[in-house]
Design a protein around this ligand. Sequence first.
Ligand SMILES: [Zn+2]
Length: 409
Amino acid sequence: MKAVFFYWSFIAADTERVLDDLARWTNIDTLLICQREGSEEAGMMLPDAGALGGLPVPIAPAAFERTMAVIELARTKGFAVAGHVNPLYGCPKTLRHLNCRSLAPAQPPADNDVIWACPHHPEAVSYGQAVTRALIEAWPVDLMEINHVEYPMYGDSLGGYANCFCDHCYARAAAQGIDLGAIERLLTTLLGQLNRGALADRWLDELTGSPLLAQWLAFRTGSVTQYVETIVAAARAAAATHRPNLKIGLDPFLPSALQLVGIDLAALHPLFDWLAPKFPDYLTGWMIPNIADWIAGPGNDSTAQRQALRDLLDLGPQPPQYEPMKIAMEEMLYCNTADPSTIDRQMPYLSHLREKTAMYPWLWLYDRDLELLRRKVQTLERHGFDGYCLWLWPEDMTGSALQEARGIF
Ligand SMILES: [Zn+2]
């Protein structure tokens, strides 16, 4: 599988042109189409709300019809199509009451915050099951990838990672004999000390050396595993009836960081037909610099904190100079923080699974740096991968941009 994320803008317009250019200039054979059109305000691409069990989820029947026509057209041109499903991340605003409770930012979430549902919330489980089931019933595809089934990652501070502390999490923790209140108090104290600079150079030891925080990470991992098992069971049951050839894949985060977001690949991989681990430039080019800056405090040099976080995640040495992005893309700050050696360093975290499951890692293209993407693709090939998932930007999918990419992907 050589897949690309297919923007709603290309479903709404310019479809045939981009399909023909992908076929002519690239090796892309699979399109990944999201469950929702465009923005998070937009509706779910379903024909009606019948399969959603009364959940307050907006639907977009016209967008659904358009997407079905695009899937048909793509197939006639030889592409496979996968539904790209986010059951926890980016929930509609009507489900904001499902949002994880972080120690920061303040609750309830602001209007522009992404809604990232708590895997313990019973309604989040119902939503995840209903959406995957509804898509399997309605979309004529043989592939479905499940993305962002993990605890939230917010890029602006460490407090945004400290979740979830909602009533449902408290109840589940208590049932397992875990004192979530003690964990919340410890994290609040540590984050407060960090914020005041009171932990100095000890911050990483304090965070990684705490048995209580290790217990908390294990609790979260068990929660996500249980949530994913429930969602995939519903998906497999729906597929048995409606889509017997359906294959289901999982998009886990950077392999060395999985424990921090609640993912246990050893437990989850048997549920899936393939895995698409991420090698996300935005981790080193946005999240780590932001978090390190927050730890160092306003106006202070954060070089040591950036390197400590990179060391924690086996990301190798940071660049001597951080180069700003030339093209503004989402929240990315720097363009020179990730190179193919990141892939090499992450391989030991995947080696125990390589024989057991198909893998098509995620790669990103930023700043139109096709040479860097070429080296990443070659690195994957050197490690024996025969496919990948690509995140390109709309400007990377114009006719001339795709022609320029000839021979790279
Ligand atoms: Zn919760």
